[in-house]
Design a protein around this ligand. Structure first.
Ligand code: SF4
Length: 732
């Protein structure tokens, strides 16, 4: 029994409190406008928050009413274009289901828990009093911030000023952490976000489990399209005939979970046939002889039995990569928490790039650069008594960021390390797999749970206090200053006044800071002052940026290595580490090994999941503009499976995992584009929160079926692809 019952919090359906019901307004609370063109039009710069890619644009209003958002032509990061979701940003601003006022949990005389709408003062005082009490009894470091998204920076600042070093985002353990650690162990640096992929110049691109075009990361889609226009060779490895697979010269429908075997076989061919970049490896790498010895046993013939990819195709594709090198990119992917050996899988991808000489070379992985932007002058943060590593214990020696699962575990019970959570912009029940009982137990144990969000996502139902943030179109955030091809700054500023009684994150962080005695860390009245000060240090100003939105700066360093340039890599050896002494010293495989994955029991299928272009997971499914494009997800099923089980295209089914957890209903899509041993669905559907009135109860949630989570021992990543499901016909 995991529940401690210390502070049992019942899930509160916010709709019950607010008395909402009836039909769902499709156009939000705003009055529909007549045809555009007759009113007073204004345009305000912003950068998009519909996903993390941060494309810059201009929001247009007419007579103060929402009109449209379009790209900013001078933004080289997005080439002046927004994707489907970006153009639908107004739909998020207009969403009638947005959180509107601060909510405080209270228990009535009958023992029933509800939310009461309260003033900002009451909500903030309540939080500050609880935090101070916890700090007095246990220390300020016992509060953790679980966060996602650009606006989280304000709360990270608050937590660091307060003396907490426990900041974690699901993006590490649940998404790109294995990739980043795998590349850091090899090159000393991660590929970053946006990824430093030089696809527009690539002559050969390998996508291994990456679905560019389905995951609409604007810049990547455009550079991939440019590579295709230039006749680059595309090789896609995927159990599913994905959108990029349909545009590829080679589609390798690999058996799920066997990627490392294929990557080692490709390295085997490159070395065996002397196709690798010998000069690059001699100059920059260490551990080649160990690698050569290691991959000798991974012949294409042996690997065929594991992957199902025939030896001839393995050899042909390796030769294609070598012929185009160094303008060959083995794409590092983004969501890489799959089978529990994912850091090693990403390391194998990094090593294959190294053999092809693509790191630091045109068409491979470029050297990124950001603007040298001074930080606003503030006192140094206090040293926290503990940080996120307190949650890890002796586990995960290569976790250089907080592991959310570990923080959840370290919050369970009366003696738990963590006593309070501040949750910003992340819907934990649908984001972290396989820990729903632990999540409930942690929430029952904590003395304080605060959730900051724009929407009544599932996690808000577990909060003591819900703080409604205004959308990105109603607030300032930090300047965009990402490391990439062209250094640039972009401005996000309010297009509208905050709707209802919502507030910007910077305001909430400051108000909490004042109540916690942290005035010296929040000397500004308005966050615009911080932005203006920073811009003036680099020869611009807020006034200028309000007109142009994006300012491009010249590079100060080359984008690629010069021929025969001496390069010191930020690894312990100063070289690209094909053999990792760091891993060997900690008792891990210094070169990736292949482990055969578990196979589904009789009658079960691999549960594969991914994205669809119209939505950023569960974050946008209630947006009325995007809802019209894609109201629910579907279950991809091979025709052989459909025939065996008597399934019709479009009929509803449910999925059950081996532990008996049954999903919400989902429509069948019968397609030959998936292997018979697998099914596929887009993530982000199956919302249980009734307050999300458009998307509630539509489609199935893959994460609730993930009870078989394989933890990556190197960095705590949560491997989610080892889950199996069977199909249950829905009886009407
Ligand atoms: S890729 Fe699309 S959703 Fe993401 S920031 Fe760019 S326009 Fe917005």
């Amino acid at each position: 029994m995991l529940s401690t019952g210390l502070n049992r919090r019942e899930f509160i359906k916010i709709s019950a409190l607010l008395g909402l019901g009836g039909s769902v307004p499709m156009l939000g609370g705003c009055t529909p406008r007549p045809l555009p063109g007759e009113g007073e039009v204004s345009r305000v710069p912003t950068f998009c928050d519909m996903c993390f890619w941060k494309c810059a644009g201009f929001a247009h209003t007419e007579d103060g009413q929402p009109w449209k958002i379009i790209g900013n032509d001078v933004d080289l990061h997005s080439e002046g274009r927004l994707c489907t979701r970006g153009t639908a940003g107004m739909g998020s601003y207009q969403d009638p289901d947005r959180l509107k006022r601060p909510l405080l949990r209270e228990t009535g005389a009958d023992g029933v828990q509800t939310f009461r709408e309260v003033s900002w003062d009451e909500a903030l005082n309540f939080i500050a009093d609880r935090l101070k009490s916890i700090a007095q009894r246990h220390g300020a470091d016992r509060t953790a911030l679980l966060n996602h998204g650009y606006g989280a920076a304000h709360f990270q600042h608050l937590m660091k000023a307060y003396g907490s070093g426990s900041i974690a985002e699901p993006a590490f353990a649940q998404c790109r952490g294995p990739r980043d650690v795998g590349f850091e162990l090899t090159f000393g640096e991660s590929v970053g976000s946006p990824e430093r992929t030089d696809m527009e110049h690539s002559r050969c691109i390998v996508l291994i489990g990456s679905h560019i075009g389905e995951n609409l990361h604007n810049g990547q889609v455009q550079t991939l399209a440019e590579a295709m226009r230039r006749d680059a060779t595309l090789i896609t490895v995927d159990p599913r005939f994905s959108v990029p697979a349909g545009k590829s010269k080679y589609w390798l429908p690999i058996k799920p979970g066997t990627d490392i075997a294929l990557l080692l076989a490709w390295m085997h061919v490159l070395i065996d046939e002397d196709l690798y970049d010998r000069d690059y490896i001699n100059r920059y790498a260490t551990g080649f002889e160990q690698l050569k010895q290691h991959v000798a046993r991974y012949s294409p013939e042996w690997v065929y039995l594991e992957t199902g990819i025939d030896p001839d195709t393995i050899r042909k594709t390796a030769r294609e990569m070598a012929a185009a090198a160094p303008a060959t990119l083995i794409h590092p992917g983004r969501h890489t928490a799959w089978y529990g050996d994912d850091t090693q899988r990403s390391r194998a991808i990094a090593m294959l790039n190294a053999l092809l000489g693509s790191w630091g070379r045109q068409g491979g992985l470029y050297m990124k650069e950001s603007v040298s932007l001074p930080k606003y002058p503030l006192p140094a943060y206090p040293a926290p008594k503990s940080d996120f590593r307190a949650a890890h214990g002796n586990r995960f020696p290569f976790a250089n960021a907080g592991v959310t699962n570990a923080i959840v575990e370290a919050s369970i019970g009366a003696d738990a390390h963590y006593k309070a959570w501040l949750v910003y912009g992340t819907n934990l029940p649908m984001t972290i797999p396989g820990i729903r009982p632990q999540l409930q137990a942690a929430i029952d144990s904590l003395e304080l749970v605060v959730v900051v969000d724009t929407m009544p996502s599932e996690i808000t139902g577990y909060a003591d206090v819900v703080l409604p943030e205004c959308t990105y179109l109603e607030r300032y955030d930090d300047l965009r200053n990402s490391g990439e091809r062209h250094p640039s700054l972009a401005l996000r500023m309010p297009v509208f006044e905050p709707s209802y009684d919502s507030k910007p994150g910077w305001w909430m962080a400051k108000q909490l800071g004042l109540r916690l005695g942290l005035e010296k860390y929040f000397p500004w009245e308005d966050y615009a002052e911080v932005i203006d000060w920073q811009l003036k240090q680099v020869g611009s100003s807020l006034d200028e940026m309000k007109k142009i939105g994006v300012k491009n700066f010249p590079r100060t360093r080359p984008k690629y290595f010069a021929p025969k340039q001496e390069v010191s890599f930020p690894t312990p050896s100063g070289k690209i580490e094909l053999y990792s002494q760091q891993l060997a010293d900690k008792g891990f495989d210094p070169i990736p090994e292949y482990t055969r994955p578990e196979q589904p029991p009789q009658g079960f299928y691999h549960l594969n999941y991914g994205r669809m272009p119209a939505h950023t997971f569960g974050k946008t499914t209630n947006n009325h503009l995007l809802f019209q494009l894609a109201p629910e997800n579907t279950l991809w099923v091979n025709p052989l499976v459909a025939s065996e089980r008597g399934l019709e295209n479009g009929e509803y089914v449910r999925l059950s995992n081996p532990e008996g957890i049954v999903s919400n209903k989902i429509r069948v899509r019968v397609t030959e584009r998936i292997r018979p041993d697998s099914v596929f669905m887009a993530h982000g559907f199956g919302h249980r929160s009734r307050r999300l009135r458009l998307t509630h109860d539509l489609g199935a949630d893959d994460s609730e079926l993930m009870t078989n989570v394989k933890i990556d021992p190197l960095m705590g990543g949560t491997g989610m692809r080892g889950n199996f499901v069977t199909i249950i016909k829905e009886t009407v």
